[in-house]
Design a binder for this molecule. Structure first.
Ligand SMILES: Nc1nc2c(ncn2[C@@H]2O[C@H](COP(=O)(O)OP(=O)(O)OP(=O)(O)O)[C@@H](O)[C@H]2O)c(=O)[nH]1
Ligand SMILES: [Mg+2]
Length: 323
């Protein structure tokens, strides 16, 4: 296979057959976000669209991995194949910070119908949502029925995951009761369903009531989807069926009123803009332009040239190559 093309179809064939090594290599390729990644994603796109994409987000330690593990077993019992992507928005190293997850997930990791991968996105080209969507396309094309994304809800990451997912689960614990009030509007907006995990701990019911009160204040009409709150004890495999049933209700809701199409259109729109912007950004910032920019900074700081003038010069010079 040549370095930059997939004209030799055996790689793609193996990927489409779900060969795990090839799936894994393909994800590494898309993580780089370079032209090779783009070639790969172009070749497989027509084979995507059948996997259901579920995102799990929430505060650190809420039980996202434990739930992911249980949901994976649940779907496997139904005969579905499952891919899990643990996205770590903070670590520049793949794997390291998620070692704990790996240990816990080793139980499902040996199952032939399960694929587990952790992805670090800091430092990779493009945002988390782009990388996650690209990885999901690879897994979708490889034939996985269900794709579960786990990411800790810090800052932007949960919004990115919600964009990539068809159904988004926000996982909370009774202890977050007090902080629910302070919870960023972000988590409230993205949840298609809430999971009150660690319901074996005191305060679960009052946390649910507090959350319910906040949810009722959100504006909605008879056609909007109202996120429900499901109790679970992930470590005891309790509540998992309820969660899966609610995910299915949400899927049916999306399908019944063309929201599914709309949601995927909206996500595609954002994704395409990201692809365009990433590519233009990398075209503009060649080594030469970076160097020339660095050489002009002193003049800017000393007040001899304004940042706007310099920016205009750079843009003019960039455009001139197309004339
Ligand atoms: N008591 C109790 N403990 C739980 C429950 N679910 C998970 N845990 C424990 O909580 C801890 C954190 O669980 P994880 O599944 O790693 O949580 P996480 O949200 O994936 O954590 P990060 O990925 O680090 O943000 C582990 O020790 C679990 O065994 C539960 O329902 N009840
Ligand atoms: Mg985890």
């Amino acid at each position: 296979m040549s370095e930059n093309s997939f004209s030799d179809n055996s790689f793609i064939d193996k990927l489409l057959k779900g060969d795990k090594r090839t799936v894994s290599r393909s994800i590494s390729i898309v993580e780089h976000g370079n032209s090779r990644a783009r070639d790969l994603l172009k070749s497989i796109y027509s084979k995507t669209g059948s996997a259901y994409r579920i995102g799990l987000t929430g505060p650190p330690g809420a039980g996202k991995s434990t739930l992911t593990n249980q949901l994976t077993k649940y779907y496997r019992n139904l005969g579905k194949t499952v891919a899990v992507i643990a996205v770590d928005p903070t670590s520049p190293f793949t794997g390291g910070a998620l070692l704990g997850d790996r240990v816990r997930m080793s139980e499902i990791g040996s199952d032939e119908g399960v694929f587990i991968r952790s992805m670090a996105t800091r430092g990779s080209l493009g945002g988390l949502s782009k990388t996650a969507s690209d990885a999901a396309d690879v897994l979708d094309a490889a034939g996985y029925d269900v794709i579960l994304f786990e990411t800790v809800g810090v800052g932007q990451s949960e919004l990115d995951i919600a964009r990539t997912a068809d159904t988004t689960l926000v996982v909370l614990v009774p202890e977050s009761g007090d902080s629910i009030q302070a919870m960023k509007a972000g988590l409230m907006e993205i949840a298609d369903l809430f999971v009150m995990n660690k319901s074996d701990r005191p305060g679960a019911d009052s946390a649910i009531i507090a959350l319910q009160t906040m949810l009722m204040m959100k504006s909605h009409d008879e056609t909007s989807w109202l996120p429900r709150i499901i109790k679970s004890i992930a470590t005891e495999n309790s509540g998992i069926e309820d969660i899966a049933r609610e995910i299915e209700s949400h899927r049916q809701y999306l399908l019944s009123n063309d929201s599914f199409q709309k949601k995927r259109e909206l996500n595609s729109r954002i994704r395409i803009k990201e692809i365009v912007e990433d590519q233009i950004r990398s075209e503009i910032w060649t080594k030469e332009r970076e160097t020339s920019l660095n050489n002009s900074l002193e003049k800017v700081v000393l007040g001899r040239i304004s940042p706007y003038h310099l920016a205009e010069d750079i843009i003019e010079e960039y455009k001139s190559q197309f004339e």
